[in-house]
Ligand binder design. Structure first.
Ligand code: AMP
Length: 282
């Protein structure tokens, strides 16, 4: 696997190594790579001629300085994981390369998709995400962008950005990967104590119960049930439980057969913020 650190270097490598028109699949990450990231690389490799990844801990998307400071940085092992998963080239830019002297994010609102849930609880988060993904897409110019359903709202936000800005990159969402015990894989799980990890399983358990009840109740009752369950769990600090209509990202008022709905949760355990989601009526 080849490492590169600037967009110019990528242009030179692309011209030197690949036929014009070779399909490029791109997997942006913040590193601390795990099996969830690995599936994105594998898919990008399988569906394209070139698989490019990036590792960049984007400062502008962190609304809490402590979260940024504590974010795990494991570049050496990331290189090994990505190479095994089929990543051909890895972009590892500096903050200076991505932002120059202007470490700021453009303020963006696309309606509910940017404004509710993560948008409401993490002010400025999606501004930072949109800013960095725009910069990365303009540096790499991939044919296909691979993003995980783990960050379901982020996926919807980036789809909306690409649509609104007529960016010639196709966005593909990849299934959320879980650990054997059901916990959604996340780079932040490394910061959980063993007790915290057990307590965090209440999240996926609640989501599972919500999907089981969905066929005989309304979205609002389901949300109340999920919130009551999760907030009653020891060690769990609930941020939100919501059920949204995937087509417009609005809180669902009723279930209409055949339409896609998703339950999303965010909570803290051991001070670590965790998110998870499931499709309702799979
Ligand atoms: P991150 O490094 O956490 O910013 O994530 C980089 C990409 O990997 C994002 O598109 C995430 O949604 C995706 N990702 C992270 N964790 C998982 C997971 N458990 N399953 C699937 N995709 C994931």
């Amino acid at each position: 696997m080849i490492l590169f650190t600037t967009p110019d270097e990528w242009q030179r490598l692309r011209a030197a190594l690949y036929q014009p028109g070779s399909r490029v699949g791109f997997v942006p990450t913040m590193g601390a790579l795990h099996d969830g990231h690995q599936t994105l690389f594998e898919r990008a490799q399988a569906e394209n001629q070139v698989c490019v990844g990036s590792v960049f801990v984007n400062p502008t998307q962190f609304n809490e300085q402590a979260d940024l400071a504590n974010y795990p940085r494991t570049l050496q092992s990331d290189i090994d994981v990505a190479a095994v998963a089929g990543c051909d080239l890895m972009f590892v830019p500096s903050v200076q390369t991505m932002y120059g002297d202007d470490l700021s994010a453009v303020r963006v609102s696309y309606g509910p998709v940017t404004d509710i849930l993560e948008g409401a609880l993490r002010p400025g988060h999606f501004d930072g995400v949109i800013t960095i993904v725009r910069k990365l897409l303009s540096a790499i110019r991939p044919d296909v962008l691979y993003l995980g359903e783990k960050d379901f709202q982020q996926l919807a936000v980036i789809r909306e950005m690409v649509r609104r800005e007529n960016i010639r990159t196709e966005v593909r969402g990849c299934t959320l990967i879980r650990d054997v015990d059901g916990l959604a894989l996340s780079s932040r799980n490394a910061r959980l104590s063993s007790q915290g990890r057990r307590q965090a399983l209440a999240g996926v358990q609640t989501l599972h119960e919500m999907t089981e009840k969905a066929s005989y109740t309304s979205p609002r009752v389901l949300v109340e049930y999920g919130a009551a369950q999760l907030s009653a769990q020891p060690g769990v600090d609930l941020e939100y439980v919501e059920v949204i209509d995937e087509e417009n990202f609005l809180p669902a008022e009723q279930f209409i057969p055949g339409k896609p709905y998703r339950a999303l949760i965010a909570f803290r355990v051991d001070g670590v913020r965790l998110i998870d989601n499931v499709r309702i009526f799979e």
